[in-house]
Design a protein around this ligand. Structure first.
Ligand code: MF3
Ligand code: CO
Ligand code: CO
Length: 274
């Protein structure tokens, strides 16, 4: 079977395990979806505060997504009934919005994926709720650095494993744990597609990066051990040792010379403090 598949951007794509190589129309589609996703995360800066429920934030995400001419890709995805994921403190990912209220000192990841004109803009950032202890702010800074060091590796001719190697090296230098159970993924017309983008890997391994590949990088980094467990709800992943966890995510496209970040903040609000 072929590893890669060059696609024209108006065809229906199957989840057939191939790595899609997109053209200019794909880049344009991802730019628009990614921009809306980033604008939603920008707008949330003014709403994340002590006393706000995660359900209220989910309502804002849904309204902004629809106002932007998109639908939340998570709504109805494999039975998931919300417009984003909101993961607080030791929640690693896929926290379910609810009437739970944010409190002073919390750290929160909000992960949105507007589906706009057939393209998925998948991105997440960390937010600080009130006064956050240094230990948590340090985790957030290092996690953002991990994402950007991974992105720096993303260029034609590099291997997918170079990304995970850069992330793992930086996280483990600070004795943090890199989560293995959840990965980045091919993205585009499909929400979750090949390849799997692992965040701990050996440099020089994995498929070669080629222009037109679209994928996410979304490292989850724990203050403690890398292990996670799934809660009874079947979605919420938490650290086994209950240590704090942080995550940032961008959707990117490989260009002739490097990569384009589709989900960069138009306001420069890519990392806290905002
Ligand atoms: N946005 C998540 C990701 O980065 C996926 C969430 S799927 C959901 O891949 F169903 F949990 F919302
Ligand atoms: Co993703
Ligand atoms: Co996401």
């Amino acid at each position: 079977m072929n590893l890669y598949q060059t696609v024209t951007d108006d065809e229906t794509l199957l989840r057939d395990g191939t790595i899609k190589l997109h053209g200019p129309a794909g880049f344009e589609g991802m730019r628009k979806a990614g921009r809306l996703a980033a604008e939603i995360l920008d707008a949330l800066v003014d709403h994340v505060a002590p006393g706000v429920s995660t359900g209220a934030l989910d309502d804002i995400v849904r309204e902004m997504t629809m106002a932007g001419g998109a639908v939340p890709a998570t709504l109805g995805y494999r039975g998931y009934a919300h417009s984003c994921c909101i993961s607080i403190n030791h929640v690693v990912c896929h926290g379910i919005p609810s009437d739970k209220v944010l409190k002073d000192g919390d750290i929160v990841n909000i992960d949105v994926t507007p589906l706009r004109d057939g393209w998925h803009g998948d991105t997440s950032r960390m937010y600080l709720v009130g006064d956050v202890p240094l230990k948590a702010r340090r985790l957030i800074d290092v996690t953002y650095e991990c994402l950007m060091l991974g992105i720096e590796q993303a260029r034609p001719g590099a291997r997918l494993g170079d990304i995970g190697a850069a992330i793992q090296h930086h996280a483990e230098r600070q004795r943090y744990g890199v989560v293995r159970e959840f990965c980045g993924h091919g993205v585009g017309r499909l929400f979750h597609d090949a390849p799997e983008v692992v965040h701990a890997a050996r440099a020089g391994t994995g498929p070669e990066l080629k222009p037109g590949m679209f994928f996410t990088i979304e490292p989850m980094i724990n203050v403690g051990k890398p292990g996670v467990k799934l809660l009874e709800d079947g979605w919420t992943a938490v650290t086994r040792d209950r240590s704090l966890s942080a995550q940032f995510e961008h959707s990117i496209g490989i260009t002739e010379t490097g990569c384009e970040i589709f989900t960069a903040s138009p306001k420069g609000l890519n990392q806290p403090p905002y």
